[in-house]
Design a protein around this ligand. Sequence first.
Ligand code: SAM
Ligand code: SF4
Length: 466
Amino acid sequence: MKSNDICMFIQEDAIEKTLAASHSAETLAVRDILAKARQLQGLDLADVATLCSVSDPQLLSELFDTAMYAKETIYGKRLVIFAPLYISNLCSNECLYCAFRARNKAVKRRALTQDEVRIETLELIRQGHKRVLLVAGESYPKEGFDYVLKSIETVYDTAEGPGQIRRVNVNVAPLSTDEFKRLKAAKIGTYQLFQETYHRPTYKNVHLGGQKADYDWRVSCMDRAIEAGIDDVGIGVLFGLFDWRFELLALMQHIRHLEKTFGIGPHTISVPRLEPAAGSDIASQPPKPVSDIDFRKIVAILRLAVPYTGIIMSTRETPNMRRETFALGVSQISAGSRTNPGGYAEGKDVVDEAQFSLGDHRGLDEVIADIAGLGYVPSFCTGCYRLGRTGKDFMDLAKPGLIKEHCDPNALSTFLEYIQDYASPKTKEIGLALIERTLAAMDEEPRRRGQKLLDAVKSGNRDVFC
Ligand code: SAM
Ligand code: SF4
């Protein structure tokens, strides 16, 4: 798809009609949809619209129970952990909600040198991270897009003791097909990009200048990424800009378009909510704020609509909101994040260099102790990507039980690596007990695999997976 093509797969009329028709859904209709959702085969647009309209407390609790069932059945207690790595806050766009926008004088500009990227990476390695999400504004130092490619290489080339970053996911501005081919050659994991809002008039109102003002260039980006061979893509919406119900249905249209065209949907969906940002009025006063209860609904509905697609919860949210959404469907979380370039080495979020303010300021070890205490197994696994189980191969395997057969044992072994190499005594105690309990509750074959990997880690091996 070229830049000047008008993308037709987001059909606003169809979304509005579907939402209007689902306004006063009968209890029976909702229960039918929840029964269908329990089959774990996903939902269609009209089903999603009906679930969006649920407000009766009893039905809402049935919706949440069904989402918990799907999460538990498919993902068990595993939570994949990553950290964002902001390499630059230079930007030529004018997104009204973002502190990095070009004309915002409230932010000091900084693009990390390759030496600084290495130092940031070392900081993350020393905390115990294995997966990073590389993030940048849409303007690069003089070497242009090569700056991103060099930074990815620097991250992969940095190592210390047993530590290294094993998977670099990337969230940078939309690229041409040729640039995507170069990104693929740099061995990235997932390419991630959020449409922000699928609603054209709202999109126009909040993107005042630069390349990002072109809605079609952005919404067609995943087509170019997949055409270039990147088969793990992550999509998302910035909630708070427009009606969340509209955005969920448009997200579904985007997913179905990718499935129809390429035979694969997105690998992950992100659900950022607008957070305050230096120099942005609408970030503090979102035009269409999403309440906490609606936010939980969004996660639950997505879990049922696309049961095998990962849901990512960032540190924009508070520890409490994060905890609640783990049970409802979240499968990946960031931890110990900084959104200012150089923030890990500085040891703090510098507000006048950061993209937005965070809701969860805890360090990685504290987050790990917390989630392990709740019974969730933190996973630093990068096995699928390393073995080429991506895109359609991943989805084909996910359905009949990839997660139980491979992800669960790999989660235990990477968690034990973390415990042995980086954990505080408190986290170690909680973690070792959790590994023992989890292993004991596993089916025979994954337990055998898990035990083998754990034994390998105990005897000093690292980076073992199945
Ligand atoms: N510059 C690229 C872009 O815009 O796609 C990639 C990185 S951008 C720094 C990552 C994401 O941060 C954006 O897609 C947007 O959804 C999110 N973001 C921007 N401002 C935000 C805010 N005030 N609160 C929460 N998320 C925000
Ligand atoms: Fe730039 Fe991305 Fe921020 Fe927009 S959201 S101003 S493109 S960094």
